[in-house]
Write a protein that binds this ligand. Structure first.
Ligand code: ZN
Length: 184
C-alpha cells in the first residue's frame, strides 16, 4: 500500500509573513501538492499530514527562530491544503517525521510500505524523514516538483543525497497521467 506524506506545509513555513518562510519556493509547490492529493484520494491511498508542532521553549529554537509553536496560527496547515476528516495528522517536534511520533506504527498498521514525500524543507524535514524511512526499510519516493527549501543549494544537495546515499526514488517532471500509471 502507498501513502502520500505532506510535510510541514504550515503557515510559518509557507505564508509570506511566516516565522520561517520558504518564500516563493514553498508557495510554488502548493498546486502540485493539491494535484497529488486528488490523485492519491482517487485511488483511496491515505494522505498523511506531518506537522511541526513545538513547545514554547523547544530546544530547536536554539538553532532556528521560534516557529510552529503548538496552538498558534503559524502551526496550522495552510488553507489551500486543508485536511479532510479522513486524513491522518501527525505532529512532530524534530526534523524526522518518525522521531517521537506514531508514524511508523500507523504505516505498519495500515500495511503501507511505500511512501511518497512532498513538502518542506527538502534539506531538513524531508531529508531526515527520508533517512529514517529508509532505515526502517520503507520504499521512499520523492516528488522533485513537490519539495522546496529556502536554500536552493541545500535543496539540490538533499535530492542527490536522498537518491544516491539513501536509495530514494526521485520522481522528476511528474505529470499526473504518468504518475497515475505508476501508481496502478
Ligand atoms: Zn521545527
Amino acid at each position: 500500500m502507498k501513502a502520500l506524506l505532506i510535510i510541514d506545509m504550515l503557515e510559518d513555513f509557507i505564508d509570506k509573513e511566516g516565522a520561517l518562510t520558504t518564500g516563493p519556493s514553498g508557495e510554488g509547490i502548493v498546486d502540485f501538492i493539491q494535484e497529488k492529493i486528488r490523485e492519491f484520494k482517487g485511488k483511496d491511498y491515505p494522505i498523511i499530514y506531518i506537522c511541526d508542532n513545538h513547545e514554547i521553549n523547544d530546544k530547536e529554537f536554539e538553532m532556528f527562530p521560534t516557529h510552529c509553536v503548538r496552538g498558534t496560527s503559524g502551526s496550522k496547515i495552510i488553507k489551500a491544503l486543508e485536511p479532510k476528516e479522513e486524513d491522518k495528522i501527525i505532529r512532530k517536534r524534530r526534523y524526522s517525521s518518525f522521531f517521537g511520533t506514531d508514524l511508523d506504527l500507523y504505516l505498519r498498521e495500515n500495511n503501507i510500505n511505500e511512501i511518497y514525500l512532498v513538502g518542506v524543507c527538502t534539506n531538513i524535514c524531508v531529508l531526515y524523514t527520508a533517512a529514517d524511512a529508509r532505515n526502517l526499510a520503507y520504499s521512499v519516493n520523492v516528488y522533485k516538483n513537490g519539495v522546496a527549501s529556502f536554500d536552493e543549494d541545500a535543496h539540490n544537495f538533499a535530492l542527490k543525497e536522498m537518491e544516491t546515499t539513501l536509495g530514494c526514488n526521485i520522481m522528476v517532471n511528474c505529470k499526473t497521467k504518468l504518475d497515475s500509471a505508476r501508481l496502478n
